[in-house]
Write a protein that binds this ligand. Structure first.
Ligand SMILES: [Zn+2]
Length: 314
């Protein structure tokens, strides 16, 4: 489950109840109050505590079906760690909220012939597309290049209806179940399903067969190329009054040591996934094992970077 938000958390619950053998839950973020409108796996207590979504999802799913194996990773998926995170996966469900990760996943899926289902939702509309990882069509045939961030509406700017995200998540889980249980692969790739739940419109879109840099020409620009190396994971987290900062040190950080260092600076929360410092002013710093931090209280990237340098270092 690549992303455990509106799509991933719901699809994960369906798959856990269906009894898939192993579920790997990957999400970089923490539970926010505004998530509860659609992310049915989480509770007010999770939002109050600001728990890592991967951690909270894993705990709740264990109470739903304790007989399957779970792995939880509170990390940002990058070109450096995707192979390790998805090494044992038979199928990937896209529960992500950004194009960068989908292009990276597309490259990785073609490299490994790993099938995945793409899901996206906005307002009361959504789409679902299955990709075999074995050539045409791939996600890059559908979306040739990542759109300019400023031109894309997001769930934060356009809003999203929880009933729509549940429907799309359910269709994604359906594709996963079909793929994992069906011994014979369909001869032709299924069309992209585009749904407008508000206006009761359903469209099937056939992805045009044309020359594609990824699946025709074998380029893996987002996995090995310049686009992978240049990807700066620091980003303003839309509508959250928060910024993600990726430090230089991506080795496993000693969070216990960091918590001790922070004791005199403010209130400190700590668990297996992160350590969080509540500063006396409006800021808080949530530091994950992979050296990544979410700084809340600002949407200014440079202010967040300087807070990171001051309290984490590097
Ligand atoms: Zn393609």
């Amino acid at each position: 489950m690549l992303g455990c938000g509106a799509l991933g958390s719901v699809a994960a619950e369906i798959l856990a109840r269906a009894g898939v053998g192993t579920l790997t839950l990957i999400d970089r973020d923490t539970v926010e109050w505004s998530n509860l409108q659609r992310q049915a796996l989480y509770t007010e207590a999770d939002a109050e505590a600001g728990r890592a979504k991967a951690d909270a999802a894993c705990e709740h799913l264990k109470t739903i079906n304790s007989s399957i194996t779970y792995h939880a990773h509170a990390v940002d998926v990058t070109a450096e760690n995707i192979a390790e995170l998805l090494r044992d996966a038979d199928f990937v469900v896209d529960g992500s909220d950004n194009f960068g990760i989908r292009f990276l996943l597309n490259d990785y899926s073609l490299e490994r012939s790993l099938p995945w289902v793409h899901g996206g939702c906005l307002g009361a509309t959504g789409q679902v597309a299955l990709f075999s990882g074995m050539g045409q069509p791939c996600f890059r045939c559908l979306v040739p290049a990542p759109p300019d961030a400023a031109s894309v509406e997001t769930c934060e700017t356009a809003g999203v209806v929880g009933a729509a995200t549940h429907s799309i998540a359910s269709l994604e889980a359906m594709e996963a179940i079909r793929h994992l249980t069906m011994p014979e692969k369909p001869a032709a790739p299924p069309p992209v399903l585009s749904l407008d739940f508000w206006n009761h419109r359903v469209r099937q879109i056939k992805i045009p067969r044309s020359r594609c840099p990824a699946c025709s020409d074998g380029h893996r620009d987002f996995l090995y190329g310049d686009l992978a190396a240049a990807a700066d994971r620091s980003a303003v987290l839309c509508g959250r009054n928060a910024v993600q900062v990726q430090g230089e040190n991506r080795n496993k950080l000693d969070l216990v040591h960091m918590a001790e260092r922070w004791q005199t600076l403010g209130a400190v929360d700590q668990n297996a996934f992160f350590v969080r410092l509540h500063l006396p002013d409006q800021y808080s710093v949530t530091l994950f094992r992979d050296g990544r931090a979410i700084i809340t209280g600002t949407e200014d990237l440079s202010a967040a970077r300087s807070l990171y340098a001051r309290y984490v270092g590097g």
